[in-house]
Design a protein around this ligand. Structure first.
Ligand code: ARG
Length: 266
């Protein structure tokens, strides 16, 4: 059974601006954000059959809801994120604490080695990809490779709007990949093309990438994605996926959507 770490949005809001989507003046509607988050939890639990582990929200940490940035978890070992922006650094201890309390081996990175967890590290069982430059440092990949015994293919993110790998790149089941090529430099685009067969690559349009179509959660044949992405849904359905569109606009105000709100465990 797929398991995800999530954190209810009790203290979610736009209190600072650390990516181009965030505007402090663009206030979050609290009731709406709670309803949208609950709808996401319901689809994951009831339609996709996943198990959710809920963290306790912490006052003063509005971005703790984005558990994809807690760290990366594999084989019982969690490498905790080290945030580039000081605004998010206080989250690190809460994520580390959660993993310790739940029996994971916890590894912390050097202070100067930025890495934002599963927001910037995604892959297939046999190929891991690491986004870098906007938030995570490429030097974190060496540490992660050693810890997990996996090769990590570095992918340079070149636009500030697609600042985490999971905003523009989503590995699906069966080796298929949903992604938005212009978010990557030419070398990364070539590396992706080299690793993922053309028939397996699903290219998202500019308009739907900007709706965060790639910020999707895939559980077996279920794909949960933001609403307003009809072309992406049609491409997924063509390949036999069941798509579950959800209005997550309150979270887009912070530069996040379905995938950012979850962290795959195990
Ligand atoms: N406001 C958050 C930030 O800028 C959003 C994080 C979204 N997370 C993600 N995995 N893309 O850090």
């Amino acid at each position: 059974m797929a398991r995800f770490l999530v954190c209810p949005p009790d203290h979610f809001g736009i209190r600072y601006e650390i990516n181009p989507w965030m505007r402090v003046s663009n206030a979050v509607d609290k009731a709406e954000s709670q309803a949208q988050w609950r709808a996401l939890a319901r689809v994951l639990e009831q339609d996709a059959g996943a198990k959710l582990e809920r963290m306790t929200p912490v006052p003063g940490l509005p971005d703790l809801v984005f558990t994809a940035n807690a760290g990366v978890v594999h084989d019982g070992t969690a490498v905790i994120s080290r945030f580039r922006h000081p605004e998010r650094r206080r989250e690190e201890e809460h994520f580390a604490q959660w993993f310790k309390e739940h029996g994971y081996r916890v590894i912390l990175l050097d202070e100067e080695c930025y890495f934002e967890g599963a927001g910037d590290l995604l892959g297939f069982p046999d190929a891991w990809f690491g986004g870098y430059r906007q938030r995570s440092d490429i030097k974190a990949h060496r540490v992660l490779s050693e810890v997990y015994g996996k090769e990590i293919l570095p992918l340079e993110l070149v636009t500030s709007r697609f600042y985490h790998l999971d905003t523009c790149f989503c590995p699906l089941g069966n080796g298929e990949l949903l992604y938005y090529p212009p978010a990557f430099d030419a070398y990364a685009q070539a590396a992706i093309a080299d690793r993922v067969d053309e028939r397996q690559r699903i290219v998202v349009s500019h308009a739907e990438a900007a709706r965060f179509a790639c910020n999707a959660v895939c559980v077996e044949r279920h794909v949960v994605l933001p609403s307003g992405c009809p072309e992406t849904m049609a491409m997924l359905e063509d390949r036999g996926y069941t798509s579950h569109p959800l209005d997550l606009d309150q979270f887009l105000k912070s530069g996040g959507s379905a995938k950012c709100l979850t962290l795959a465990l195990d």
